[in-house]
Ligand binder design. Structure first.
Ligand SMILES: *Cc1c(COP(=O)(O)O)cnc(C)c1O
Length: 629
């Protein structure tokens, strides 16, 4: 049975998590395919970019995918509104904390302009970005997060620039600040209340719920707030009710129960006389990272089902009391941007334990236990493997002890270990149909480590921090069978700097290693992590001083592609400057030390020149490994 690209597509599950944006093409490469007519070979693109001087690891963003995601969310809400004959309308906002990168936010605003897509900010710096970038008429700027008077006054004054800011009261004290500031500036505020829900979702990113949650007003605070506004004759300023149950909610049941509670709050506030126009249902719309539909890294619903549930629940709760349907606002960010970024990296080398053969004969073994291992190695077969395998494991243990006590020397231990790995490799070759458990156990023991040119902490922090799955696969050679199994290790010196969580095959098998191709001398093997567009960039950190990667924006055209933007990654000097190191001081220290060594006769002038050159080049270079030119 020969291998082909279709089998690779199945193995890596690209159909499930790729959502049609990514495919394996006939020529064995991953293809980006946002629309039927637009497709681009990711491997060829990588080579083109590297020829241009863009460095691996590199992050590629695809605005075409951003556009599709923005349209999908709006379309799904339009469909739901039509299907249920909902009267209130819909407009989303993009929470910029999900990815604040300037070019990306520009693209979101551009593609969202027809859909009145606004922005959500959760801090003062984010507010400043949102106010400056948002030019879509009437699109909302939802102002969340901790607020001081400066934040509030800025948001109020921005109304005079035509920015449609709604200030959400996240904590009760903020209501007084808003009222004071609006009086002082003589600006009528658009006020939102964030409510604390008691329905609790599940998932890794859920917000705390109930009375103790970090943000939001308790029912009693909401009642007081409404009464206060009523007294001041300003109840009409209360235009929005907001709640947010957290990010990446895997289960539609959890989404539904929080929608019900949130819609009920909305209805009650209306019955108290607050004619609230907008119901902001927050984020939570998940992304299917592993394709399984049944894990924390996945969802058991799609975007259309989400939209249908939001619309139908709000509608039925309002209709019971004849309350006008509010305009729905969503704050989905993950779902808009996760698919649009791909991290591409090269494999630097591997650490292989499997052995087809040993390079010595039994006669060359001068220790009895090693000779016995040799006998196991040559004698093991389909009949005796159980007993022989147990023997092998026992002897491996003894060998270690004997080495520690000085009974075996280093050569003897080396022979014993070679025999151990060669025997396991031999068992693996015949045991699959006889004893599947043992086969998988051995396969795991024999899996390799592929050392890859990137940092998990910088580029896939959620993989490390909360064990999130990301789809990872080679981007070429997909017509060849991947014969190796490997976990992935990054460049950092941290034992956590690895990826050993993968989902493979049509049964969404969770495993600690990925099927990969053998590395060939003289050919760079490229792999990619997909769906990295949400949160990963901004949460990434400088562990071991690995900085931002090079980033490019690629638009796909009928004929090929265009490079829209190149954002150069951090140089070593950049990264060091964040930590208060100064290039000229560093250089000066090395220069002085060199002069002293030259004077002491320990360093020649030529050696000093070479050292200075490496040092300077190092400071201006990439933080990741680079091929020598
Ligand atoms: C983080 C956050 C979001 C984003 O939610 P996603 O589901 O990750 O897109 C939305 N609203 C608020 C208030 C948030 O804090």
């Amino acid at each position: 049975m020969s291998w082909n690209y279709k089998k690779s597509a199945e193995l890596y599950g690209i159909k499930h998590w790729g959502k049609g944006y990514f495919k394996v093409s006939e020529n064995g490469c991953v293809e980006v395919n946002p629309e039927p007519k637009k497709c681009l070979n990711l491997y060829e693109l990588t080579q083109d970019l590297i020829e241009r001087g863009i460095r691996s690891p590199l992050l590629v963003r695809f605005p075409d995918i951003v556009k599709k995601r923005v349209e999908l969310l709006s379309q799904c809400f339009s469909n739901a509104i039509e299907e249920y004959n909902y009267k209130g309308g819909y407009a989303g906002v993009y929470p910029i904390k999900v990815n604040q990168q300037r070019h990306l936010v520009h693209e979101i605003i551009k593609f969202g302009a027809n859909h009145q897509l606004g922005l959500e900010c959760g801090s003062k710096p984010e507010l400043l970005v949102a106010l400056s970038l948002m030019t879509t008429p009437d699109a909302h700027i939802i102002c969340n997060g901790f607020k001081d008077i400066e934040y509030i006054e800025t948001a109020l004054l921005a109304q005079k620039l035509g920015r449609n800011t709604i200030i959400v009261v996240d904590r009760m004290v903020e209501l007084d600040l808003i009222l004071e500031a609006s009086k002082k500036l003589n600006v009528k505020p658009h006020i939102g209340f964030r409510s604390k829900l008691s329905s609790k979702g599940s998932g890794k990113w859920i917000e705390s719920s109930g009375a103790k949650s970090k943000f939001g007003l308790t029912p009693s605070e909401m009642v007081k707030g409404v009464e206060k506004l009523k007294q001041l004759g300003q109840l009409e300023c209360l235009e929005l009710l907001h709640f947010h149950i957290g990010s990446q909610i895997p289960s539609i049941q959890d989404i539904k129960s929080s929608m019900k509670e949130g819609a009920q709050f909305f209805r009650e506030l209306n019955l108290m006389g607050a004619h609230i126009k907008y119901l902001d249902v927050g984020g939570g719309l998940g992304v299917d990272y592993d394709g399984s539909g049944s894990s924390y890294s996945s969802t058991n619903y799609n975007v259309q089902e989400y939209a249908n549930d939001v619309i139908s629940i709000v509608q039925s709760i309002c209709d019971e009391k004849n309350i006008a349907h509010p305009q729905i606002i969503t704050e989905s960010g993950r779902s808009l941007v996760a698919h649009s970024s791909v991290l591409i990296f090269d494999v630097l080398g591997n650490n292989k334990v499997a052995k087809e053969d040993v390079s010595f004969s039994q006669k060359e073994c001068d220790s009895r236990i090693v000779q016995e291992m040799y006998e196991i190695y040559t004698g093991i077969n389909t009949k005796n493997f159980n007993e022989f395998y147990n023997d092998l494991i026992e002897k491996k243990r003894d060998i270690l002890q004997m080495f520690t006590y000085g009974v075996l020397n280093l050569q003897q231990r080396a022979q014993a270990e070679d025999l151990y790995w060669a025997t396991l490799t031999k068992i693996q070759s015949f045991v699959k149909d006889i004893d599947e458990d043992l086969y998988w156990k051995i396969k795991k023991t024999l899996s390799e480590t592929y050392f890859c040119n990137f940092s998990v902490f910088q580029s896939l922090p959620d993989s490390w921090a909360i064990g999130q799955y990301f789809p990872i696969m080679p981007i070429h050679k997909l017509n060849e069978k991947p014969n190796n199994q490997a976990t992935i290790a990054d460049l950092t010196c941290d034992s956590d700097g690895k990826i050993d969580k993968f989902v493979e095959g049509e049964n969404f098998e969770k495993q600690k290693y990925l099927d990969v191709h053998e590395l060939k001398e003289g050919q760079t093997y490229f792999m990619a992590a997909f769906l990295t567009g949400a949160y990963q960039e901004i949460l990434g950190d400088l562990h071991n001083l690995f900085g931002d990667t090079d980033t490019v924006h690629i638009s796909i055209t009928d004929k090929g592609y265009t490079v829209d933007h190149v954002v150069e990654g951090d140089s070593v000097e950049n990264v060091l400057s964040y930590l208060a190191y100064n290039k000229s001081v560093l250089l000066e220290n090395i220069r002085l030390a060199s002069e002293n060594s030259i004077a002491a006769g320990k360093l020649t002038r030529q050696e000093s020149r070479l050292l200075m050159r490496h040092y300077e080049k190092g400071l201006s270079g990439y933080t990741y490994l680079q091929e020598t030119e």
